[in-house]
Design a protein. Sequence first.
Length: 132
Amino acid sequence: KKKKQELQTEFANDANLVFGNIYFDTAKFDTSWIHCVVSFGASTYLDQGFGGGDNKGLNVCAGLATFDIYTKIGGGTGDALAFGRRIKDRYNRRTIDGIDFDPPIGPESQNSEFKSFIKYQVRVPFNIYESV
């Protein structure tokens, strides 16, 4: 929730920010908007000397944060690429609240499902380490 609020604050003056679990109506958007979806993949249990003390090991959960960036057709790609750069700069090889972010992928041009918007995408792989 804290990270969601930080993102909303960062883009508040430039673009609407929506998340995968919230309903949104694109007909109401007449400016740029960013759709963020977080997904989790494989989880791995490490037990070779990790964790120390009473901990028996470490659980590593891999994830991917996907940012779909939409800007109005006719305005060029500058805004979409600038938003993509801001997302990349925010997460590139950083550790935030115990989450290790890998180098982002993109921004890459994508086919837009909305006829009045162009779409670019930035994907940010990450790992969460949990003591077990």
